[in-house]
Design a protein around this ligand. Structure first.
Ligand code: B12
Length: 232
């Protein structure tokens, strides 16, 4: 640990704790200038490589650092302690660390909890909230497929067909596209009754969720992750 980190976090002596902190704070690598109080410290990139070199099992790196950090990020975002830019930086650090773990997934040494497909309702170009949900859910250990914005019902159905047993998230930011969300939910429920459909976005409410027959509503991403984890 550098002097800088040691003085700030005197009890932090485990590499996984350091990695957790780097992801939570969005410290990508040594050269990163964000966050400013960690300039020059090793980041998620170096610490993940170091953990692998020290033969720490990939699953342990994932559970005790990456997922732990993103869980904290989700909770802090929910509680308004951090905001969109901090979540984006944490997600960047997380994906930097994940790149080193991909070979372990490929070898079947670690696995994801399930598949979560998410997209913004047809006609809706708003991206930010949907992407935050995707990042927090992915950071919670779910294989997350982001279909993007303006996603037609057909595209959702095709993705479900390709990923049996998945869960689906739909985001809408416009009152006009809430109607499209409703149609998509109906089609999904008619064709795949067992699939859980989560809905969200600024104009969406619990009563709207109930009315359209969706399974879960949350005003923030961590709620979605909790719901998905409860289903496993
Ligand atoms: C940024 C923005 C844009 C950007 C979008 C850029 C992008 N890459 O996303 C641009 C400029 C493109 C845009 C365009 C338009 N916009 Co706009 N936009 C906004 C704005 C300012 C912020 C939206 C946002 O990103 N919020 C931040 C994110 C983090 O919040 P969020 O999306 O709600 O997501 C959170 C939760 O809702 C939840 N969540 C979201 N999705 C999901 C999904 C699931 C499954 C779950 C569980 C949770 C969840 O988690 C997220 C994180 O906490 C809002 C105003 C506002 N303050 O909300 C207007 C707003 C949504 N826009 C509006 C309008 C009218 C438009 C336009 C029609 C404007 C125009 N005349 O062209 C177009 C529509 C284009 C289209 N067809 O979609 C209106 C909608 C009014 C309405 N009631 O329908 C708003 C409310 C502004 C206003 N007050 O008039 N917009």
């Amino acid at each position: 640990m550098t002097e800088n980190l040691r003085s700030k976090y005197p009890k932090m002596n485990d590499i996984l704790d350091k990695l957790t902190l780097c992801i939570e704070r969005g410290k990508v690598d040594t050269n990163a200038t964000f966050p400013s109080d960690m300039i020059g410290d090793p980041g998620a990139d170096e610490l993940t490589r170091q953990a692998i070199t020290q033969n720490i099992p990939a699953e342990e790196i994932l559970n005790k650092a990456l997922f732990k950090a993103m869980k904290r990020v989700g909770i802090r975002f929910r509680d308004n302690e951090i905001f969109v830019p901090e979540v984006l930086m944490a997600a960047k650090a997380m994906s930097t660390a994940m790149k080193h773990l991909i070979p372990f997934f490929d070898q079947g040494l670690i696995s994801k909890k399930g598949t979560f497909i998410i997209g913004t309702a047809a006609g809706d170009m708003h991206d930010i909230g949907k992407s935050l949900v995707a990042m927090i859910v992915e950071g919670g250990g779910w294989n997350t497929i982001d279909l993007g914005i303006n996603v037609s019902t057909q595209k959702f159905l095709a993705a479900i067909e390709e990923n049996p047993g998945c869960s689906v998230g739909i985001s809408a930011l416009l009152t006009t596209t809430m109607v499209n969300m409703e149609n998509t939910v109906k089609e999904i429920k008619e064709n795949y009754p067992g699939i859980n459909v989560l809905v969200g976005g600024a104009p969406v409410t619990q009563s709207f969720c109930d009315d359209i027959g969706a399974d879960f509503y949350s005003p923030e991403p961590h709620g979605a992750l909790d719901f998905l984890n409860e289903q496993t």
